[in-house]
Design a protein around this ligand. Structure first.
Ligand code: ALA
Length: 381
């Protein structure tokens, strides 16, 4: 089996991650931060250590600024609803996932938020100057996808930060946290949403939001936190303000193990490996006749995520053939990012997406290239 669907979720998880989930369930499965007993304290300790690990990995000075959520979608909803709760104008890009587009549509209809969508070029690149030009005196937030889940292009965060000036900047790092070096302090990022189950190698049902110190963000949910229980006011301290209800302890334990593994490996080593995988994949695919590859024709600075089409074959038919004949797992269609496909000119059928991950092997790439070559040859005959 060849798994090239890492942009949807990384698989399989490293042994360290599965072991940490199991360890938590077996040795610390009490409710963290609620009961005072030793088992509860052990669970709380594991969650604290995971929070510290992710804060260090993403460059946050204080781990209390790192809020755990169920996924990147919840983190994005929290950030968008909080920043735009009393209306205003938001600038975003055509590369955004529905986890940004749908909450923004809701906020437009229910809160009168106005939305400017800066379109990428046909290679999926965003011009920071176009973002600057879209800002108005009413702009409350700029939301930018860090790495495209459709074609892997990576947005130039420092240039975008400079272009937006003092306007708060929300980065959707669903595809990049764990894959592309990120430093929220150095890049002056105000809010950064991430998922735990992709390049950070953690279990599904994990993710989070980094919130810049001093940024006032009302919570999306309110409830029990194990702190300040005498009051029916939500505690104002972080992370409690945004973390009501029992957390996903086993998942967060696994996420902590995934992040620690990446930290030991090193940001640069992970990024170099992903670049090597991309180069191998792109170089192999571009030799195949009858194939359309999307995105810039170079292998620099992109995630190992490649979108393609074989002639006029339906992307779903190609993905089905890869799965049934070659046991190769990829994702076809719109990848929950219809505007990105409009920018690429691949709406509504979408593309076939091959998404490698840090743990993909050269042999995985070679088998996928050979299988696509065979399907493309058949399609031509
Ligand atoms: N957003 C994920 C993907 O791109 C699920 O497949």
């Amino acid at each position: 089996m060849v798994y090239l669907d890492h942009a949807a979720t990384s698989y399989p998880k490293p042994a360290e991650v599965t072991r940490a989930v199991l360890d938590y369930l077996v040795t610390a499965g009490a409710n963290p931060g609620r009961s005072g007993h030793t088992l509860s304290a052990r669970a709380a300790r594991i969650i604290f250590e995971a929070r510290e690990a992710i804060a260090r990995h993403l460059g946050a000075d204080d781990s209390r600024q790192m809020i755990f959520t169920n996924n990147a979608t919840t983190a994005l909803n929290l950030a968008l609803a909080g920043m735009l709760h009393s209306g205003g104008h938001v600038v975003t890009t055509s590369l955004e996932h529905n986890s940004v587009m749908r909450p923004l549509r809701h906020l437009r209809e229910r809160r009168g938020v106005t939305v400017s969508v800066v379109r990428s070029d046909s290679d999926g690149r965003i011009d920071p100057e176009k973002i600057r030009a879209a800002i108005t005196p009413r702009t409350r937030l700029v939301v930018v996808n860090h790495g495209s889940n459709v074609i892997g292009t990576v947005a130039p965060i420092p240039e975008i930060r400079q272009a937006v000036g003092a306007i708060p900047l929300l980065i959707d790092a669903a595809q990049t946290a764990g894959a592309v070096p990120i430093n929220v302090a150095r890049d002056a990022i105000d809010l950064l949403a991430f998922t735990g189950h992709k390049a950070l190698l953690g279990p599904q049902g994990t993710g989070g939001l980094y919130i810049r110190p001093g940024l006032d963000l009302p919570p999306l949910t309110r409830g029990g936190t194990g702190s300040g229980s005498e009051s029916d006011d939500q505690p104002a301290i972080l992370p409690d303000l945004h973390e009501s209800g029992t957390p996903n302890g086993p998942g967060i334990a696994g996420l902590g193990a995934g992040v620690r593994l990446l930290t030991v490996t090193g940001h640069d080593a992970v990024w170099r490996r992903e670049q090597a995988l991309l180069k191998r994949l792109w170089t192999g695919l571009r030799e195949i006749g009858g194939l359309t590859l999307y995105g810039p024709d170079n292998q620099l600075g992109r995630l190992p995520v490649v979108s393609l089409r074989i002639g006029d074959q339906a992307p779903s038919a190609t993905a089905h053939a890869l799965d049934r004949r070659n046991d190769i797992k990829v994702r076809a269609g719109l990848h929950c990012a219809p505007e990105a496909h409009r920018s690429l000119g691949t709406f509504p059928a979408g593309t076939v997406r091959l998404a490698a991950g840090y743990m993909s092997t050269d042999a995985d790439i070679d088998r996928a290239v050979a299988a696509i070559r065979e399907i493309a040859q058949e399609a031509r005959n």
